[in-house]
Design a protein around this ligand. Structure first.
Ligand SMILES: Nc1nc2c(ncn2[C@@H]2O[C@H](COP(=O)(O)OP(=O)(O)O)[C@@H](O)[C@H]2O)c(=O)[nH]1
Ligand SMILES: [Mg+2]
Length: 206
């Protein structure tokens, strides 16, 4: 049976990679077996502990991730166990990026959205009120939401709710995206993960 694809998308620095690492750990992966797929379709495999993955794959600087990173997890769906590929991706931006390699990686992100049953769109609610932050809400977030409107497996994850003042951002997010399913989370502290897991399980069953 084919893996169910669950892609994690969003602007750069919103916390996609940290979420992918901590969520797969929450789903029971003690070791992270990561398959990286590059835009030329070349692939590498690496095994990390959670700590190593956080140190090597996440960063304060934008565009640390420049490929699709596949985290293989197994979750109970009904009475069976199903393989789910949690796919972390290169952050998308409002404009055209000057670096060709990043542009190619971004187009790789966009091309996989269509074939993913589950799309988790991460938005940094701590940066909602600060337009100057790299991870703040952008035009591209509205484009994603309208492109994914027809998908039942589409949810917005309102990340960084551990940061002071983020509840104001969450309120604004809810008013900007009234028709969408929004789950508040902290990728750092694994908050809201139970709700995300339930959403993934529900949609994997469909
Ligand atoms: N406080 C806080 N920081 C976070 C959270 N999620 C991510 N970060 C930080 O945001 C930065 C970017 O995270 P990363 O996962 O690399 O973002 P990506 O570019 O979307 O993959 C890193 O410094 C993370 O530690 C969160 O829930 N809370
Ligand atoms: Mg990343």
């Amino acid at each position: 049976m084919k893996d169910i694809k669950c892609i994690i998308i969003g602007r750069t620095n919103v916390g996609k990679t940290l979420f992918a690492i901590n969520f797969s750990n929450y789903l029971g992966c003690k070791k992270i077996n990561l398959e990286s797929i590059y835009f030329d379709n070349s692939r590498t495999n690496k095994t990390f502990t959670r700590k190593e993955a956080i140190l090597q794959l996440t960063d304060k600087e934008p565009h640390k991730t420049r490929c699709l990173n596949k985290f293989q997890v197994t979750i109970p769906v009904g009475k069976k166990k199903r393989q789910i590929a949690i796919v972390d991706s290169t952050g998308i931006i409002d404009n055209i990026h000057p670096e060709p390699d990043i542009r190619k990686a971004i187009s790789q992100t966009l091309s996989i959205i269509k074939e993913s049953k589950i799309v988790l769109h991460i938005i940094d609610v701590s940066a909602m009120l600060n337009k100057k932050t790299i991870s703040s809400l952008g035009e591209v977030d509205y484009h994603i939401a309208s492109f994914c409107q027809m998908k039942t497996g589409y949810a917005i994850l309102a990340n960084k709710i551990d940061i002071l003042g983020s509840e104001v951002g969450l309120k604004k997010l809810r008013s900007e995206f009234p028709g969408n399913y929004i789950l508040p989370i902290s990728a750092l502290h694994k908050r809201g993960f139970k709700e995300v897991k339930n959403f993934v399980v529900r949609n994997a069953q469909l």
